[in-house]
Design a protein around this ligand. Structure first.
Ligand SMILES: [Zn+2]
Length: 192
């Protein structure tokens, strides 16, 4: 933790900056005298990784992706094409990529959890790991059910059920993630 730079924080909004920048708080506009000395607890490299938000960015792709898959599933009930583009072809491609996006979300989640909380055994992280693994299984099931060469209505219904449960789980995972954004560990502290 050899971080020689001096920091100060805005006591109105919590914004942290290097000492010497001067001027009003760029986040909330408070006057310069609102700033007090601050000390980071984590190394610069660790803070830099967390600042990149690799996991939140990665899972936003996963959630928007399954949302589009769900939307296309509904459209496919009524039409086989949209503005001249085959719905089925689009769905085929999306369903192939989805499990890889889930894997990406899982890998970045484990790295993020390790760097942010130093362990993966907290109640929320354990729940995220279990649900994330379940989401991966469902994403693979969607692929297999989608590729069954059958026109059986029940199989179509099963595919829809899997797609919407994947959307539900992905959204819930996102919700837990948002809950965990507040305690961004490791934070620093005001300097005495
Ligand atoms: Zn401020």
């Amino acid at each position: 933790m050899s971080d020689k730079a001096e920091y100060e924080y805005c006591r109105l909004c919590g914004y942290v900056r290097r000492v010497g920048k001067g001027g009003v708080c760029p986040a909330c506009g408070a006057r310069e005298r609102a700033f007090l000395p601050y000390e980071h607890k984590a190394s610069e490299q660790r803070r830099m990784f967390l600042k990149l938000d690799v996991h939140p960015v990665s899972v936003h792709f996963t959630i928007s992706y399954i949302a589009v898959i769900a939307l296309l599933y509904i459209i496919s009930i009524f039409s086989s094409e949209l503005v001249g583009i085959s719905i089925e072809g689009t769905r085929d491609l999306q369903i192939i990529f989805f499990p890889f996006l889930v894997i990406g979300g899982g890998i970045t989640g484990i790295i993020d959890g390790k760097i942010r909380f130093r362990k993966l055994t907290t109640p929320y992280l354990q729940r995220k790991i279990i649900l994330g693994s379940g989401l991966f299984v469902i994403s693979v099931l969607i692929f297999f059910v989608h590729n069954l060469s059958t026109t059986d209505g029940l199989i179509g219904l099963l595919e829809g059920l899997l797609i919407f449960s994947a959307f539900g789980i992905a959204s819930y995972l996102g919700w837990i993630g948002a809950e965990m954004i507040c305690p961004i560990v490791p934070v620093g502290r005001p300097k005495e």
